[in-house]
Design a protein around this ligand. Structure first.
Ligand SMILES: [Zn+2]
Length: 459
């Protein structure tokens, strides 16, 4: 199968120019002016941008949490991702206590096989560390699972103590893996949650009020300090608080390899959403929680000045009906998470590029190139270049899209941005040479996505 995309404006993290892209099989073959080679299919991209396929390095598809499971599986979730211009997801496999990492990896590979419509990789969540697990970390790095997520929150479930975190960090100094950290002080939060419930404070907003920004900042600082003592880089996931960003900025100013991502929900929503009437605040229950509105500007500045290197989604949808409702009368039982896999590129393009907060090149860098480099996918992915995977989003910068349950494809009964209009949307998406979204229609196939064996970090 050959494909010729003509007259588009090709945008990478560094370039922007008019040109044609010729795709032969799964990879980009030729880029040039007025290409004339015959192709099985020609797409006219006049007036449109060609972006490298989006890379979302933080998703939770088909994930058990709090007695239920995230409502998108690898089929519905990756199809929704494709509609939004994302062609690669890196999801999380979970080692439960008493289990091996290998068991976790096999379990999650089975969840994705035959279902994923775009390419996927895995980070490994470690909840228990011993000598055998450390050896397994080395083996996994060799098999393309080159990053590990640790938790400083959720005591008794996911949380690791500082000694285990430090040991895991030291190990990545030897095996080249990368530690991703959920940085919130779980002990403090647990005490605050119990205190609130004892005082009869049960509404969704108390989820946010019991997870202070300082608890995120403290853990972020501690995570970076542990990595500094271990002499290795660290990547902070879903950074939400300005106080936590200060810790990353301070570390980077000292020359430390500290990296962090934020998510669209922290750029476009705020604590005010928890004050919505009735139980509606539950729609926004996620960890870390949404922060004060003023935080948004601070995060945009962090993105513009490279104190934040990536925008991922932490996509982890739960329906209001039957799932979020588990926490009616007790905010601590509301499943944590919200949908976002499909709306990332449009929200950031509209709210970031169009509003002048970040450049077009920076948009590509934050949503594709930089995550590809940090997580060992570059230059196979994350750019438009001869020899790279033919993962391309054709974006119409003037197309208006009203976000909502009716217009989007995620398998969840609400949308946190319901009714919001964005300008700039992907209409055609190519994933490893195949058109998976064709002028707004899904033309891909469940199971067509492949497991990506990632290399070690290129930091
Ligand atoms: Zn997450």
């Amino acid at each position: 199968m050959t494909l010729l995309i003509k007259n588009g404006t090709i945008v990478t993290a560094t370039d922007q120019y008019r040109g044609d892209v010729f795709i032969d099989g799964e990879t980009i073959s030729t880029i040039g002016m007025s290409l004339t080679m015959p192709a099985d299919r020609i797409i006219d991209a006049t007036g449109k941008y060609l972006f490298p396929g989006g890379i979302d390095v933080h998703t939770h598809l088909d994930m058990p949490f709090g007695g239920t499971t995230s409502s998108d599986d690898f089929e519905t979730g990756t199809i929704a991702a494709a509609f939004g211009g994302t062609t690669t997801v890196v999801d999380f496999a979970i080692q439960y206590r008493g289990q091996t990492l290998h068991h976790a990896w096999e379990t999650w590979m089975k969840k994705a096989e035959g279902k994923a419509a775009i390419d996927y990789g895995f980070h490994m969540i470690i909840t228990e560390l011993n000598d055998q697990v450390e050896q397994e970390m080395d083996a996994l790095v060799g098999q393309g699972v080159t990053s590990f997520k640790l938790f400083m929150a959720y005591p008794g479930v996911f949380m690791l103590d500082d000694a285990s975190i430090f040991k895991a960090l030291l190990r990545t100094g030897k095996n080249g893996g990368t530690i991703c950290m959920h940085a919130e002080n779980g002990g403090v939060i647990d005490v605050l949650v119990k205190k609130a419930l004892a005082e009869g404070k049960t509404a969704p907003k108390y989820h946010a009020l019991t997870r202070p920004a300082r608890a995120e900042a403290e853990a972020t600082h501690r995570a970076i300090a542990l990595a500094e003592m271990a002499g290795v880089p660290i990547y902070i996931v879903h950074l939400s608080a300005a106080e936590a960003l200060e810790m990353v900025t301070e570390a980077r100013d000292r020359g430390l390899p500290a990296y962090a991502e934020t998510c669209p929900q922290y750029l476009f929503l705020s604590y005010d959403n928890y004050e919505e009437p009735g139980f509606d605040g539950a729609k926004y229950v996620m960890s870390p929680p949404l922060r004060a509105r003023e935080t948004q500007d601070r995060l945009w500045r962090g993105l513009a000045f490279n104190d934040l290197q990536a925008i991922s989604t932490d996509h982890c949808p739960f329906c209001m009906k039957e799932q979020k409702v588990l926490g009616e009368g007790d905010f601590s039982k509301i499943p944590n998470g919200a949908p976002g896999i499909e709306t990332r590129m449009s929200l950031v393009y509209d709210g970031g590029v169009r509003s002048g907060k970040i450049s077009l090149n920076r948009f590509v860098e934050l949503t594709s190139t930089s995550p590809a480099k940090i997580f060992g996918l570059f230059p196979r992915q994350g750019t438009i270049a001869p020899g790279s995977d033919a993962d391309i989003g054709v974006c119409d910068p003037e197309k208006k899209l009203r976000l909502g349950v009716k217009t989007l494809h995620m398998r969840v009964d609400y949308n946190p941005y319901e009714g919001r209009e964005v300008t700039g949307a992907t209409d055609t998406v190519v994933s490893r040479g195949k058109i998976v979204v064709d002028a707004g229609k899904f033309t891909g196939k469940a199971g067509a996505g492949s497991f990506l064996k990632r290399s070690t970090r290129q930091l």
